[in-house]
Design a binder for this molecule. Structure first.
Ligand code: ADP
Length: 476
């Protein structure tokens, strides 16, 4: 469950340990190198100074006699060991006292600082670590032990120097550990910072999956995680929106179905109870209601297919003028009954367009029926067909074929205009259900046109008439 924290924390710890360890190791090495260099220089100078003074001592007595007695005064920090050998390599002075009488060769000493008196080498001086105690045991005094400089002077690290070095080393490790601790602390804070919103999101996802669609996660930062939280919230909001729409649709359908069913039931009950005679008037009423139910179910099927994006279009090159002409012929009788004139205005040479004939026919039928229905006697309905270029205002981005159906009817008030393409939206109770108004006509028009990659829009002036325009891309 907390594996992200562990993974992040572990990775961080590893980075800190590796980098601090590496840093300490490298610093240690370079400090050691620098330090050794420094000590060597010091020892060379020390050996040279001692050689000079011992030369003076030798010059006075022309021998090494008594040198053991004066050696301690040449010790500098008190931690090192001075060894003097005569010209034949025999140890004549040793502040450590144990090598007196030994030979350079046996001790494995070489390259001491020569003591020159009157141009003659009378002996050699070695500056050694105090614990250097025997054959080839020079290394035992410390990590540097005996070293040889280019000029052959032996160099050693004395206890004081060792102590200094180990102090440096210790502070280095302490600094490293403090850095590691601080890095770890910061790392933990950072990990918390990352895991907190992730955990909040997990909680949110659980709530949503339980159906609590109103649950929102609080955004705590403005970084990518904050963005993720925001996207999560907007996803939850759109889920809630869809759920609400689904519920509304179910309620709408129930409502729409109930009305004709109530009429049918009432009429049948009336006939059964002898209130209405079972004559053709009442039977026609029942038939109209069942026809409305059939239409409603058909419309609902179309709209649900369209909304689910499952409308399969069977496109074929279509002569739109011919299609509209046929449609006009079909509604002619109805228009004449109402006293509405039908007109067609088609520009010459309207290009063929690749559409699903049946679907577009349904679009034109819905628009024409609406127009005729909403136009009073004496008015007219005019269909115009022509090509148009891209049109920003109506979001038409390609050259299109525009088919507009204009009527001189009652028009649509501006407050209703933006909603008329919504399913079940009706302006007042403008079209009695018995006359076929399901409130789905324009919603279906919109979906079918959109499935063709086109656009549909309406303009209207209340009292003067409305114009519905469908734009279908020419190059589909
Ligand atoms: P219905 O099938 O009930 O007519 P529609 O979706 O076709 O539903 O239309 C929605 C609403 O738009 C209708 O209630 C109607 O008032 C309005 N409407 C549609 N076409 C016209 C028009 N040509 N003139 C005036 N109002 C219209």
């Amino acid at each position: 469950m907390r594996s992200l924290s562990w993974k992040l924390g572990g990775a961080l710890l590893l980075i800190v340990v590796v980098s601090v360890g590496l840093m300490a190791y490298l610093t240690n090495r370079s400090t050691a190198r620098e330090f050794r260099q420094y000590v060597m220089q010091g020892n060379i100078i020390h050996a040279q100074l001692a050689a000079e003074s011992l030369g003076e001592y030798y010059a006075q007595g022309q021998s090494w006699q008594g040198v053991q007695g004066i050696l301690p005064q040449f010790l500098m920090m008190g931690g090192e060991r001075l060894v003097v050998v005569d010209s034949s390599g025999v140890v004549v002075g040793d502040t450590g006292r144990v090598w007196l009488g030994e030979t350079e060769a046996r001790l494995g000493l070489s390259g001491g600082e020569p003591v020159i008196v009157s141009g003659r080498e009378v002996g050699r001086v070695y500056v050694l670590a105090p614990s250097t105690d025997g054959m080839m045991g020079m290394m035992s005094g410390g990590m540097m032990g005996r070293g040889m400089m280019g000029n052959g002077s032996p160099t050693v690290v004395t206890t004081a120097e060792e102590q200094f070095f180990s102090r440096v080393n210790r502070s280095l490790w302490v600094a490293g550990l403090v850095a590691a601790a601080v890095a770890l602390l910061l790392g933990l804070l950072l990990t918390r910072q990352i895991t907190r919103p992730v955990r909040a999101l997990t909680r949110g996802a659980r709530q949503i999956s339980k159906g609590n669609l109103d649950y929102r996660v609080k955004a705590s930062s403005k970084d990518e995680l904050g963005e993720l939280v925001q996207s999560f919230n907007s996803m939850a909001a759109s889920l809630a929106g869809s759920e609400q729409a689904r519920r509304r649709l179910t309620a709408d359908i129930a409502h729409e179905l109930r009305t004709p069913l109530t009429v049918i039931e009432g009429t049948v009950d009336g006939m059964l109870d002898g209130v209405f005679p079972p004559d053709s008037e009442h039977l026609t009423s029942i038939k109209e209601q069942t026809a409305l139910l059939t239409r409603l179910i058909g419309d609902l099927r179309d709209i649900s297919l369209a909304e689910a994006g499952q409308l399969k279009l069977e496109r074929a090159p279509t002569d739109m003028v011919e299609l509209v002409r046929r449609k006009l012929a079909q509604v002619e009788v109805k228009a004449q009954e109402k006293g509405v004139a039908l007109k067609l205005e088609a520009h010459d040479k309207v290009p063929e367009i690749n559409v699903d004939y049946m679907r577009i026919e349904q679009v034109i039928t819905n628009l024409l029926t609406n127009a005729i229905y909403h136009t009073p006697a004496g008015g007219s309905v005019t269909v115009s067909i022509g090509t148009v270029d891209a049109d920003r205002e109506h979001q038409v981005s390609n050259p299109s074929l525009a088919i507009s159906v204009a009527d001189t009817g009652e028009g649509i008030a501006p407050e209703h205009l933006p909603h008329i393409f919504e399913r079940f939206y009706r302006v007042g109770d403008s079209r009695a259900r018995s006359e076929g108004g399901t409130g789905l006509g324009l919603a279906i028009v919109k979906h079918l046109v959109q499935a063709h990659g086109g656009k549909v829009w309406a303009t209207s002036q209340a009292g003067k008439g409305s114009t519905f325009t469908v734009a279908l891309p020419l190059n589909a």
